[in-house]
Write a protein that binds this ligand. Structure first.
Ligand code: ATP
Ligand code: MG
Length: 569
């Protein structure tokens, strides 16, 4: 492809709303353009990258036994009502009506549609196991679409669904997918880590997320440097730290004027934050619940949702808090709450003695609080977020932390959807059973952006060779010098002939301009043909991720390119 013909208009300006590198660079380098919030057009360079990622995914899905299908994007409300998710999915679901006023949605995921398909056609154990997948646009009206392709409202996902006779079959399918995902992200040239994950709204018993390691990642993970343990912090179990033993003192109310934050109260009373009890209120469906953690800890909302099953879960509104406590936020606490408010407390709260908490009265806190003596807790359990320096739940070694971008997730669904939608099969004994399911997603467009997050510098993108839009750019420093141009042309033909994808920068521009664009777009290899070619028959080759270039003869260039390409496969 000649650069002059390529539809990849580069921009000098960075889009104002772009916060992360992938968003800035993909727009600047002419890969994507925004259509509306969270909705993007993929231009030719992006399309090539997406197709490479998709090809790798297809090959691995097919190898694992998957068969490709294409499911409808427009999905009828009926099947969502059957699964019980029509009312649960909330505002993220793009809903629409047809001319007959019938409800539909744009698929954010396809458990319902695929279970509906399989229940129509699968009835016998002989038809199982089965793995079906597709690569398609998904629609989610995200609360905060941002970071370009990382969190879109329209995005590309590969989703595979497995159907098995029993748990042991699901185990096998799950392992196959886990291995296939490992192969996919390895082949994409990414540094990643599978971590234990919450199975969230999709439901099910067990789950792993595949995280591309990048500082800009939205997810925090912990992993053990010794054993294989790795988890999303959302689900990593925490062990209660030992609180100091003390003699319980008499409960006492203290004036804490205008001291509303943990730090202010702690400083004012001369106590460490770990002596304070933090009280938070959540709305769990129709119920308001109180959650207590130590003042120096962060509450973990995923863990709370594990204890109090509910559909709607959010911070309680200010007026609800006032109703529960009779007081403004900042001075709230667990003593003397309205009767029907359930109090969940983190395990560390149980052994606290002479603690501090809000007095449910403006400008006042209780001191010498003893949980159990001064207030009653409905349940003590692990409700906090793990922190740096805590130990591995498997082997006790201090855990490392990292940030990651979730590019894929695998779930064991069990019979949640087959049971709700009555997708059953008849076994050898003539007995009818629910099909056991799993589901497995990869964010294809997010993977492209994650690759950029992990592989870039100040000048632009550094594509892993496997998923680069083109592997090589040839830069003739002059297009009018026939000797240079002919050499460039010959190299272009020879590389193309061996299956290498090449861009010829045929523009009548200064070499500096061409280098800048080449770095921005991120071709793995740049070959420059200039003065040294005329003088000594040498071309300059530079790998995008290396600082130095080298001068070599044309034959050697072809060998280096071929080797770099083959090493990446
Ligand atoms: P997140 O927690 O980031 O919102 P999720 O857990 O809801 O994602 P899944 O339902 O597991 O997402 O979807 C499978 C994959 O689809 C994710 O691992 C991710 O790579 C991708 N994905 C999900 N939401 C988006 C989005 N809004 N934009 C781009 N990719 C997405
Ligand atoms: Mg997920």
């Amino acid at each position: 492809m000649y650069f002059s013909k390529l539809y990849a208009p580069t921009l000098r300006e960075i889009p104002a709303e772009a916060e992360v590198a992938s968003h800035k660079l993909l727009v600047r380098a002419g890969y994507i353009r925004k259509s509306s919030s969270g909705v993007y057009t993929y231009m030719p360079l992006a399309q090539r990258v997406l197709q490479k990622i998709s090809t790798i995914i297809r090959e691995e899905m097919n190898k694992a036994g998957g068969q490709e299908v294409m499911l409808p994007i427009i999905q009828p409300a009926e099947i969502w009502l059957e699964s019980g998710r029509w009312n649960v999915y909330g505002k993220e679901l793009f809903r629409l009506k047809d001319r007959h006023d019938r409800d539909f949605c744009l698929g954010p995921t396809h458990e319902e549609v695929i279970t509906d398909l399989v229940r129509m056609d699968v009835s016998s154990y002989r038809q199982l196991p089965l793995m079906l997948y597709q690569i398609q646009n998904k629609y989610r009206d995200e609360r905060r679409p941002r970071f370009g392709l990382l969190r879109g409202r329209e995005f590309i996902m590969k989703d595979l669904y497995s159907f098995d006779r029993e748990e042991s079959g699901l185990e096998e399918s799950y392992q196959k997918m886990y291995d296939a995902y490992t192969a996919v992200f390895t082949r994409c040239g990414l540094e990643f880590r599978p971590v234990e994950a919450d199975s969230g709204a999709i439901g099910g018993s067990s789950s792993h997320e595949f995280m591309v390691i990048a500082d800009s990642g939205e997810a925090a993970i912990v992993y053990c440097p010794e054993c294989s343990y790795a988890a999303n912090v959302e689900i990593a179990p925490c062990y209660p730290a030992k609180n100091e033993e003390e003699t319980p003192l008499l409960l006492e109310k203290k004036l804490t004027p205008n001291k509303t934050s943990i730090d202010d109260v702690a400083t004012y009373l001369g106590e460490p934050a770990s002596k304070l009890i933090k009280t938070l209120f959540f709305q769990a469906d129709d119920e308001v619940i109180a959650v207590l953690v130590r003042g120096d800890r962060t509450v973990n909302e995923i863990k709370i949702q594990g204890v109090q099953a509910c559909v709607v879960f959010e911070m309680a509104a200010a007026e609800k808090i006032k109703e529960a406590t009779g007081c403004e936020p900042g001075y709230v606490g667990p003593i003397g709450l309205k009767k029907d408010i359930k109090i969940y407390a983190d395990e560390e709260i149980k052994t606290m003695v002479n603690a501090v908490c809000g007095a449910n009265e403006s400008n006042h806190h209780w001191v010498n609080v003893v949980p159990g003596r001064d207030f009653t807790v409905s349940e003590y359990t692990d409700l906090r977020l793990i922190e740096e320096g805590e130990s591995c739940p498997k082997c006790g070694v201090v855990l490392n932390t990292a940030r990651g971008i979730e590019v894929g997730q695998v779930f064991k669904l069990g019979t949640k959807y087959s049971n709700a939608l009555k997708a059953t099969y008849v076994d050898e004994k003539g007995q009818e059973n629910d099909i056991v399911m799993g589901c497995y997603g990869i964010g294809v467009s997010r993977t492209m952006a994650a690759a950029v997050e992990q592989n870039h510098d100040d000048n632009g993108i550094i594509w892993p060779v496997q998923i680069a839009p083109y592997q090589v750019v040839i830069v003739p420093v002059s297009t009018s010098d026939q000797q240079i141009w002919q050499a460039a042309l010959l190299l272009y033909q020879e590389l193309t002939a061996v299956g290498i994808e090449v861009i010829m920068d045929d523009r009548d521009e200064r070499a500096g301009v061409k280098f800048k664009d080449a770095d921005l777009i991120g071709y793995p290899i740049r070959v420059t043909i200039g003065k040294r070619y005329i003088e000594e028959n040498k071309m300059e080759i530079k790998k995008r991720w290396e600082k130095e270039s080298s001068l070599v003869a044309k034959e050697e260039i072809i060998e280096i390119v071929k080797k770099t390409w083959q090493d990446s496969l």
